[in-house]
Write a new protein. Structure first.
Length: 310
């Protein structure tokens, strides 16, 4: 019962953030990261939480109208769907974490393929281009996650707030200058995955809303590219720190319910950025800076989970 009371605020956070995002258009991470830090999360708590939340939440949004048909899977169609299941079971008996990681990786592959095939062929980016951006995004997210233990907790909240302001400022500028960043647009958003790995901050749904005067086929795949980058970051955090965030699952569940109830924000057809989104993001950073939080961590969850085994 005590664990449920501890997890309830995270569920409500996910639900509330989904509603705020629907109204303002702000990326959920720009509210959740400051909230976690204000609640006392350590830097490792933040990225462990956010990498899993982003992976789950991006899939929820990207697959609202997608159904996974086992008969028409891309990598493991029909009876071949048993292959990842059997490998997962085999790995679970030797190394449970590896089994879970392998199954999630296969799931990501199949969902990504479904989303990719769902894009009209005339608007679909080349597979080689998507693969290039996936590799780059994954490396940058992994590097960001590796650097977190070396960032002082005293300045981490300041850098996280700065990352939010940089992303928000860039989105505003891009909305005001629709012809800017021609030729580098997709790479800029892919490079921003470093912020995901280091601070848990991402805004992968902004590019598709910030319409350009030039063709940018990659925009529709950026949320999925971010999912893969998030998975790479999760693997880094788990293998180096043995951390896995249960509160993130609960918050993601709250956000998923919120998305189903409220829907998602629809950007202006003019391609301009939401000033309300800017205001919410800036307010979240100001609140973070005014509190100037001292991290004490979420160790109470580990204590409660390990208690029955003691």
């Amino acid at each position: 019962m005590e664990l449920l009371f501890l997890l309830l605020p995270f569920f409500l956070l996910g639900l509330a953030v989904a509603g705020i995002s629907r109204i303002s258009g702000v990326a959920m991470s720009m509210i959740i990261v400051p909230a976690l830090l204000i609640w006392g999360a350590t830097p490792l708590d933040v990225i462990s939480f956010m990498l899993l939340f982003v992976l789950y939440n991006n899939f929820t949004v990207a697959t609202q109208n997608v159904r996974l048909d086992f008969k028409s899977l891309t990598f493991f169609p029909k009876w071949k769907a048993l292959i990842p299941v059997l490998i997962t079971l085999a790995l679970t008996f030797t190394w449970p974490a590896a089994g879970v990681a392998f199954f999630i990786a296969c799931f990501i592959l199949e969902i990504s393929a479904v989303v990719y095939k769902g894009i009209p062929s005339a608007e679909r980016p080349a597979t080689s281009e998507v693969t290039t951006h996936i590799v780059l995004a994954s490396v940058l997210a992994a590097v960001g996650a590796l650097l977190v233990p070396f960032i002082s907790s005293d300045i981490y909240f300041g850098l996280a707030g700065l990352a939010i302001l940089v992303l928000t400022g860039f989105a505003w500028y891009a909305g005001e200058h629709r012809d800017a960043f021609r030729g580098t647009w997709g790479y800029i958003w892919t490079i921003f995955n470093f912020f995901l790995g280091a601070f848990g901050v991402e805004a992968s749904y902004y590019p598709s809303g910030l319409t350009r005067t030039f063709t940018s086929k990659l925009d529709s795949m950026i949320p999925i590219i971010t999912v893969v980058a998030g998975f790479a970051g999760i693997m880094v955090v788990f293998t180096t720190q043995e951390m896995f965030s249960i509160p993130a699952f609960v918050a993601a569940l709250g956000a998923a319910i919120g998305v189903r109830l409220f829907g998602v924000y629809e950007f202006s057809k003019r391609g301009s950025f939401s000033y309300l989104a800017i205001a919410v993001a800036v307010l979240a950073v100001i609140s973070l800076y005014l509190v100037s939080p001292v991290p004490f961590g979420f160790e109470q969850f580990n204590t409660l989970l390990e208690a029955p085994a003691q």
